[in-house]
Design a protein around this ligand. Sequence first.
Ligand code: HEM
Length: 360
Amino acid sequence: MDDTPSQNCGAQSPSAKNTASPDPSPSQLVDAIIEDFPDHRPGTRPIHTIGIGVGGYFEASDIARNYCRAEHFGGQRVDVSVRFSNGSGSPVQHDGWNDVRGMATRFHLKNEAATDLIAMTLNGFFVRTTREFIDFTTAARQQPVKKETPWQKIWDMLQLKQPLRDPYPGQKESGDAGTLEYANAHPFAQLAVFQAGSIGAPVSYVRAAYHAVHTFIVTGEDGVRRPVRFAWKPVAGVCNTDPDAPPEDDYLQGELRERLARWPARFLLMMTIGESGDALDDPTVPWPAKRVRVVMGTLILDTVPADQQAAAEHISFNPWRLVDGIEPSNDPILLARRDAYEDSRKRRGGTACPFNRSGT
Ligand code: HEM
């Protein structure tokens, strides 16, 4: 197997190349996340902790290979493993609460190779660098929740500040106040923080759109390289629960089991092509809406494996698990994720990356 850097997900951290750099280590990034969730349970993911694994397959569109020569865009049916998750790092399930959701997809390729695409329901990230990430996670520490009066909310809006969301019944702590404060002082964080503060809860994991956020560089069959961003669009459409009538706190996994027992769920994989001047290395900046988008294929999800330990809990996704035809951009957040996910994987005893020859 080709041992390109993008496949070697246990390799040296990009920031570690410069020993004089005070950039946080992968382990410090993971510690910073854990500090935001004091009820973190060792042996589980520090974030996106509650999740469910499902199975199915991906079929590329006829035009996909023109844009990307990666094996899963070749046209043949490719088996997939997908883990849907709630964004929180708390092990307590609160499906009905306002939260970002995750969708991590593994495409199973020939000769036991694989490639991953990790996406979430925000279309941008909070920060641009790992040092900002540490500041942001520090701001996001849990604090006792405050309920703002209607007058305070109006006063916030008059100052062009997003008002605080009302706490859910039984919710005692939240990181919302700190992240809003951070966003009010850091314009680059505002889009993601404001979206995250009002994103709500989907009626189903398969009724949400998921964005891979970073720019990747794809190479077509003709050798042309293009900067792109990927997103999953649910064929059934996006639909949230009624915020005034939040459902039970553990409906998402049951809903998915019942739904897939009746009928498969489908997503379209959309690829947006960047143009000159678009932000390639900054995941906080969205691209203009009028960019060309290509349907790269359809994902069909039809099973919920009985062994959820193997299908969801032990599996370890990594945005650097890439194959020929897709390269990472120089986005510092994307670079940092490679070793942070590997650090987290080791801590929780997840399945090792098949491309890492040291066997860690
Ligand atoms: C510096 C920035 C980031 C850090 C340090 C970070 C860290 C982590 C860690 C440690 C995990 C658990 C990994 C494991 O134990 O397997 C995780 C999971 C996850 N992250 Fe990030 N993350 C970052 C940015 C992002 C971004 C930009 C996205 C947007 C797509 C994202 C989406 C997810 C999702 C969906 C999961 C759950 C994956 C699964 O189901 O296994 N993260 N993150």
